[in-house]
Design a protein around this ligand. Structure first.
Ligand SMILES: C[C@@](CO)(OP(=O)(O)O)[C@H](O)COP(=O)(O)OP(=O)(O)OC[C@H]1O[C@@H](n2ccc(N)nc2=O)[C@H](O)[C@@H]1O
Ligand SMILES: Nc1ncnc2c1ncn2[C@@H]1O[C@H](COP(=O)(O)OP(=O)(O)O)[C@@H](O)[C@H]1O
Length: 294
């Protein structure tokens, strides 16, 4: 039996500038997005109907986070792809949920992109790239970049995707205090002027140079997110104090923050130290990826 397994790596907003606002209220962003070597896993197998089973450490959290009557984005992706391909959506899907939910690292977006990739293979369909990207954007702002699977300077509300230069070898420590922050509330709470776009155009030579490039940029949603969830401020301070940490920053609208490290050993030691001092937080050490695992 054909079983397709696709990894759904966390997306990380290494920088995020809010550069304007659309007439419909959506904010225009300029964000350097890369991936981390930690994520969910999506498995697709042939079946007579469409079904999804969720397991893994955050399966219960996901069930609790889905509003009544809302469908998992994986099922939405499956139905829309089948509709576009003119076939019936038949597959047994399994999602192993390792990423915290509504956490600013695009778990849902990564899962949706993984479902599209897995089902294109399982159903042997290949919609034109443009159609697939449009379908992805209809599922969520970060689904196209997750589908592209390459570090990118992302603009607009997620539709402008330009490959970023290859990022140097580096490690991330991802930390989430397991407090929920609502994306719309964070955007509503944001104050201040709009920022300039600052796409990364030159490949940093090493992790220290990447940190320097990132220090010249920011996550413009941090202040608003910290106001709504002060724990995020504590997370940033704690990450910044870890030996070897080159930069501490929030991803997306939070609450997940990351520390950037040059070496695997430092990152692993940092994550282990945090697990000791803050056992109530979620943390993971993972390589920074320019390309999603294939
Ligand atoms: C902020 C980012 C950065 O990568 O990531 P996350 O923190 O969600 O991971 C994304 O732009 C998240 O985009 P998207 O996936 O569309 O966010 P949603 O949760 O659907 O948006 C919820 C609400 O947030 C506001 N919103 C969202 C995106 C945006 N560019 N401008 C906005 O003003 C809108 O009020 C929208 O209705
Ligand atoms: N497979 C999924 N994984 C995570 N969230 C999902 C999924 N399907 C639907 N959702 C909904 O999407 C919301 C945003 O989740 P997520 O993508 O994890 O966060 P973020 O957009 O902050 O990166 C969740 O609160 C949940 O209601």
């Amino acid at each position: 039996m054909t079983v397709v397994v696709v990894e759904a790596p966390a997306k990380v907003n290494l920088s995020l500038h809010v550069v304007g606002r659309r007439d419909d209220g959506y904010h225009l962003l300029d964000s350097l997005i890369a991936f981390a070597g930690v994520g969910d896993t999506l498995t697709a197998a042939p079946a007579e109907d469409l079904a999804l089973h969720v397991d893994g450490p955050f399966a219960e959290a996901l069930a609790a986070a889905l509003p009544a009557g809302a469908e998992n984005i994986v099922l939405k992706a499956a139905r829309r792809l089948a509709e576009a391909a003119g076939i019936a959506p038949r597959a047994r899907l399994t999602l192993t949920k390792r990423l915290p939910v509504a956490a600013g690292i695009g778990g849902g977006s990564a899962d949706a992109a993984a479902a599209l990739l897995a089902l294109c293979r399982l159903w042997d369909v290949a919609p034109p790239r443009e159609d697939l990207m449009a379908l992805a954007l209809g599922l969520g702002a970060d689904v196209p970049v997750c589908l592209q699977g390459r570090a990118a300077n992302v603009s607009g509300v997620g539709e402008g995707i330009i490959d970023a230069p290859t990022l140097p070898p580096a490690w991330l420590v991802l930390v989430n205090p397991l407090v929920a922050v609502s994306t719309p509330e964070v955007f509503r709470a944001r104050r201040g002027r709009f920022n300039q776009a600052a796409p990364l155009t030159e490949a940093p030579a090493d992790a220290a140079a990447l940190a320097e490039a990132l220090r010249a940029r920011a996550n413009d949603l941090t202040k608003a997110a910290v106001t709504l969830a002060p724990e995020i401020g504590t997370v940033l301070v704690d990450i910044g104090a870890l030996p070897g940490c080159l930069l501490a920053r929030m991803s997306g609208s939070g609450a997940t923050c990351f520390g950037l490290f040059a070496a695997e050993a430092e990152a692993r030691a940092a994550a282990a130290a945090l697990a000791q001092t803050r056992p109530e937080w979620w943390s993971a050490a993972a390589p920074l990826l320019s390309d999603r695992p294939r």
